[in-house]
Design a protein around this ligand. Structure first.
Ligand code: ADP
Length: 491
């Protein structure tokens, strides 16, 4: 099958979070299964060019219709760790992708409406006719809309769209003027409850809703989160739309790329290990301590890696730091915040804890350090408010780092409490789960984990090994996506 992924991220060249990992990992898995996969991305000025091999201009003069005229673009092509990627570079005064960041501009909805238009125009004029166009999150929600309303009439009537929602919180809600450049020119038609009208704000359009309404199949990234999105407020207002389109909506758990996240080959860690040779994990712990200037002692290291955002339960992350320190553990945090208040708060904590030999807070994004923390830590806290899938707990399991998670979304589908998971036999349990959002719930789970570490080290080691035996690779999700593609493709 010929599959084109269109997204705003692809790791490691463009990565702000899990979306980038998923686009890369899924593409790789699909290629292993003999599909032809191409990825279309914006050409951001700040992406990691050092991860692209053979970058060259593939299409010089792509004229993308925009408002009454056109915007001249170039399309570059290169391999990102063996995946074929096309990067769209507009030459216009808007400087859509030369902002020094991926997201966070006031005109983000314009930037990604343009990117979506340009990606379709590129497929059209370069005669690419994939069986499946796979779009991700609000940034590409207009693609199925334009495909069905415009490009179908230009010869792209056989293309089918799978639309994956990684986070319902960001939906791309904008004024109707967001459509004016794209050629979707009938305000009354689109500003309709059955099409793009936002379910709360009747005078706004919603990119993600457009993606749901117009795609052939829609999924979010875990079965449990698919349920939450329909039946709780986690769908952020799109629950009714999902209800209407339930016949084409489901949940497919993400995987992790076992090639990248592999403690027995990982280039970013000094000592390789696996579940049959676990003793070398401790050398990574020493290396992590050296790198972060923590004291060398027999305490466990508890870590947090992730965005510092309300979604991730920052108040509980903050509480976990102090609880760990009081309870005789060390704490390492690697996180970045786009919210200024949260950023200031954690910088303040960083200064406050600066001289503490048991704690290091690293504020920023650092892929290499993340690998070392996964390998060197003993436990990972993931106290999210909501979590569509979550990759950190799966990566932690792979690196023998015991996850302590809140039981929501994908966390509930991947982590099984050592003491309380009645539905699983003891040998399939792999971590600790708590449910409430208050500090006591978190404390009780951390207490059980730290207690096991100190008092029953052999049992703790057994839990680590059980976690490392879990298979959260792309193998299973790869099957599921192939089933979806087969279901919707046009023969
Ligand atoms: P989300 O997509 O909501 O940010 P996920 O758990 O799905 O969360 O994916 C997070 C991914 O981003 C993981 O690969 C994690 O290791 C990585 N990550 C998150 N924050 C950082 C950071 N500050 N530095 C390095 N990697 C990070």
């Amino acid at each position: 099958m010929y599959i084109v992924q269109i997204a705003s991220e692809c790791a490691p060249v463009i990565k702000a979070g899990g979306l980038g990992d998923v686009v890369y990992g899924l593409s790789r898995e699909l290629e292993i299964r003999d599909n032809c996969v191409e990825i279309i991305l914006p050409m951001y000025d700040c992406m990691r060019y050092d991860h692209i091999w053979g970058l060259h201009e593939a299409y010089r003069d792509l004229f993308v219709p925009w408002y009454g005229g056109t915007i001249h673009c170039s399309v570059f092509c290169g391999w990102v760790h063996e995946r074929l990627c096309f990067f769209i570079q507009p030459h216009s005064g808007d400087n859509f992708f030369n902002r020094g960041h991926y997201y966070g501009s006031n005109d983000d909805y314009m930037r990604f409406a343009f990117f979506s238009k340009a990606a379709l125009e590129f497929l059209l004029v370069s005669n690419k006719r994939p069986n499946i166009i796979h779009c991700h999150d609000w940034q590409t929600g207009l693609i199925p809309v334009m495909l069905f309303e415009i490009y179908k009439w230009h010869g792209m009537w056989q293309q089918r769209v799978c639309y994956t929602i990684h986070n319902f919180k960001h939906q791309g809600i904008a004024g109707i003027d967001a459509l004016w450049g794209t050629g979707l020119n009938n305000d009354l038609y689109y500003l309709n409850y059955d099409r793009l009208q936002d379910n709360f704000n009747g005078s706004a359009i919603n990119f993600m809703k457009g993606g749901i309404v117009y795609s052939n199949y829609v999924n979010t990234v875990s079965p449990h989160h698919a349920w939450e999105a329909r039946f709780s407020d986690i769908g952020y207002g799109l629950g009714h739309t999902l209800e209407i389109h339930q016949h084409k909506f489901g949940g497919i758990l993400n995987g992790i790329d076992n090639n990248i996240w592999n403690p027995s080959t990982d280039n970013h860690i000094p000592y390789h290990y696996d579940k049959d040779n676990l003793k070398d994990k401790v050398w990574n712990k020493k290396a992590l301590r050296e790198r972060l200037l923590l004291q060398d002692c027999d305490k466990p290291i508890i870590a947090y890696i992730g965005r510092l955002d309300d979604q991730k339960g920052v108040h509980l992350v903050h509480h976990a730091i102090y609880y760990a320190l009081n309870r005789g553990a060390q704490f390492v945090l690697l996180g970045s915040a786009t919210n200024q208040e949260i950023n200031n708060w954690f910088w303040h904590e960083k200064h406050h804890l600066n001289n503490n030999p048991d704690c290091h807070l690293e504020i920023g994004f650092n892929e290499e350090l993340a690998h070392l923390i996964y390998a060197g830590a003993d436990m990972m806290v993931v106290p999210s408010n909501y979590e569509p899938c979550g990759l950190t707990q799966m990566i932690s399991l792979r690196y023998g780092t015991v996850p302590i998670v809140r039981g929501v979304g994908g966390l509930l589908s991947t982590v099984f409490d050592r003491d309380h998971e009645a539905d699983r036999p003891p040998e399939e349990r792999n971590g600790y789960v708590f449910y409430q959002t208050d500090p006591h719930a978190l404390e009780s789970a951390m207490e059980r984990a730290i207690g096991l570490y100190y008092e029953y080290p052999d049992e703790f080691k057994k839990l680590v090994t059980q976690g490392m035996s879990c298979d959260y690779s792309w193998n299973n999700p790869g099957d599921k996506y192939m089933e979806v593609y087969e279901l919707i493709r046009d023969f």
